[in-house]
Design a protein around this ligand. Structure first.
Ligand code: SF4
Length: 424
């Protein structure tokens, strides 16, 4: 049985620009550093080989800096983003790029070698890291176990619970040693802070593409124009987060960094334009989003390197739609319907970041997906929750579409916009 995915693991406070290329590699390097230390060794004369998608777009995604920071013992949650950005090289650490070699287990693979010790790590999306060795984590006993959206809905109906209530009960059972509610509050505050920081920041994003920041200017114009501008504001919120991510600043992985703008933007929209309280957003909104995100991680993938952008932006869009529907008072079936609609219209979305930077099309794509999430909720709330295509079917379709998708469109920057936009 696949292990249940916790909200506190799915939403982690880290740094940009990529969960699989920055957060995951930093965690892997920090783990390797710990292993060397446990043998009384220092991280000198280390050779790090980056395979597949990490080898193809690792530099634009900040992978090398993140690995150097991890080898110094830094962690994504607590590091100073500016210090990580400043890490260009370290004496004794050699990076080797093997973009055309894909290891069997996952496209995002890293081999660390030092002092006769070698370890292979896989950055499997959303900042999660796996190794070739078995996970020794005990399976948790949950009050409401389920494998699929249909099983989740059956629990809601049998127990007369909302999806948020089922998710929270499971979360509390998984973390008897942690204060779940206060950690959710910290995650929501970090999301809000990121939106607000991005709405104030001006200038040009890092990298030779010289992409100008737009969120602050869009947001300023909202004060001048008249009428309902909530959807323009929503786009500014999403762009703000993704610009912070592209700048390598503090962001929450939700469920990845490339797609990190959608869930905070839709939540901030609910706060500012729908009168939903911070407390409700921290608990019901985030738990519902994580419950749906867990289904994607468990039954398909949230990794752009495995499933293309449908796995990242599509999953985030679906999670945000479900979460917004929940806090607006939808029934469990309407919540599931909103999640399904949101993914259905992201199926087939490819990943083709220009120059390997998480900027074009990623930043704007988050703004569009935030709008899709809100539109999906409106459609779901206008229905009874009964619909033809179930969330389970659309998740399985996403998985199969990801398997059929050419490697060119999975975080390698070898196809699509990445090869058609002239770099100058
Ligand atoms: S195109 Fe999508 S999956 Fe690819 S890096 Fe950008 S946001 Fe991530």
């Amino acid at each position: 049985m696949t292990e249940h995915v916790s909200a506190l693991d799915l939403f982690t406070i880290g740094i940009g620009p990529s969960s699989s290329h920055t957060v995951g590699p930093m965690r892997a390097a920090a783990q390797f550093n710990d292993e060397l230390k446990s043998h009384g060794l220092a991280p000198s004369e280390v050779v790090v080989t980056l395979y597949g998608s990490l080898g193809a777009t690792g530099i634009g995604h900040g992978t090398t800096n993140a690995i150097l920071a991890g080898l110094k013992g830094m962690q994504p949650e607590t590091c100073d983003p500016a210090a990580v950005r400043a890490m260009v090289e370290a004496p004794g650490v050699k990076m080797v790029f093997e973009p055309r070699t894909r290891l069997a287990k996952h496209s995002n693979a890293m081999l660390f070698e030092a002092a006769g010790i070698s370890r292979t790590y896989y950055s499997v999306g959303g900042g999660f890291v796996e190794t070739d060795t078995l996970s020794l984590k005990p399976l948790r006993v949950l009050p409401h176990p389920y494998q699929s959206a249909d099983e989740l809905l059956a629990i809601c109906e049998r127990e007369k619970l909302t999806i948020a209530q089922v998710g929270l009960a499971n979360e509390l059972a998984m973390h008897t040693d942690r204060n779940v509610e206060s950690q959710l509050e910290s995650i929501w505050n970090a999301m809000k802070n990121c939106v607000e920081a991005g709405l104030k920041a001006e200038g040009v994003l890092p990298g030779y593409l010289k992409v100008p920041r737009r969120a602050a200017a869009i947001h300023r114009r909202l004060d001048i124009n008249e009428g309902d501008q909530s959807l323009d504001a929503l786009q500014a919120y999403a762009i703000a987060v993704n610009e912070e991510n592209a700048a390598g600043n503090r962001v929450v992985t939700a469920p990845t960094n490339g797609a990190a703008g959608i869930i905070p933007a839709v939540g901030y929209y609910a706060l500012k334009h729908k009168g939903i309280s911070d407390a409700k957003l921290a608990r019901d909104y985030l738990i519902t989003a994580a419950t749906i995100g867990g289904l994607y991680k468990r039954n398909a993938s949230i990794s752009g390197a495995e499933a293309g952008c449908q796995g990242e932006v599509g999953s985030a869009c679906s999670m945000a739609a479900a979460a917004l529907a929940q806090v607006l008072g939808a029934t469990p079936r309407q919540v599931e319907n909103a999640a399904e609609i949101a993914m259905e219209h992201n199926l087939g979305l490819t990943c083709d970041p220009v120059g390997g930077f998480v900027q074009l099309p990623c930043i704007e794509r988050n703004a569009i997906a935030a709008g899709t999430a809100v539109a999906a909720v409106r459609l779901a709330l206008n229905g009874s929750g009964m619909h033809k295509i179930s969330l389970d079917v659309v998740i399985e379709t996403m998985r199969q579409t990801g398997l059929d998708m050419s490697t060119k469109y999975k975080e390698t920057s070898m196809g699509g916009l990445a090869v058609n936009v002239v770099e100058c």
